[in-house]
Design a protein around this ligand. Sequence first.
Ligand SMILES: [Zn+2]
Length: 233
Amino acid sequence: MSQAFKLYRLQQVDTQLDKAHTRLKEIEAALQEDAAQRKAEADLEASQNAHEEAQKLLKGAEQDVQAQQIKIEQNQARLYSGKVTNPKELQDLEQEAEALKRYLAELEEVQLEKMIAFEEATTQQEDAGQTLESVRADVASQNSALTTEQNSLEAETGRLQEERTAALDGVPAEDVALYESLREQRAGLAIVKVDNMICSACGTTLSQALAQAARSPNKLSRCSTCKRILYAG
Ligand SMILES: [Zn+2]
């Protein structure tokens, strides 16, 4: 087994581990944060606030109407009490009654507007609640798929760690050190296959001498351009 082959095997395991770790991080982030659910929650909260505000306005309008009705009742009671006999005073009371009724009509108009606004706010709140419920159901089923994937990736990671330990067996410490430092510098890829005299990572065509050297079982050769270790296969 050539030195390069041992490192190449290690690289294959590490590449799978890297992939599993990347995916696990994605899953963790997705499980913690769901944009659609957060938006639905914010929408519901906004619609609840709007509903509460509409309710207050409606209540205010109802109280205004009631207060006006009381004023009219008081006016009418006085007008028909028989206690007021002075024609001028009676005429004033009648005029006041007219004015009070006109204003009541305006207040009732406002009350109707507030009633309609309140009903719309109620519908919007109900819709937002239903949307959140269905988003939550989606997220829950999505999360269950993610959790299943997470479990299987964790099991795979454990298995790959064992493979990695096996692959490291018999690899000289200095080769491991070179491999690890290249992994850090070269996006995780320290050793690559030579394919028709071409470095499969960077595409450089190797010289005859280098392609020959890459086949040596006892010595590591590196790409003249990307400096990765070469594995002739
Ligand atoms: Zn290269």
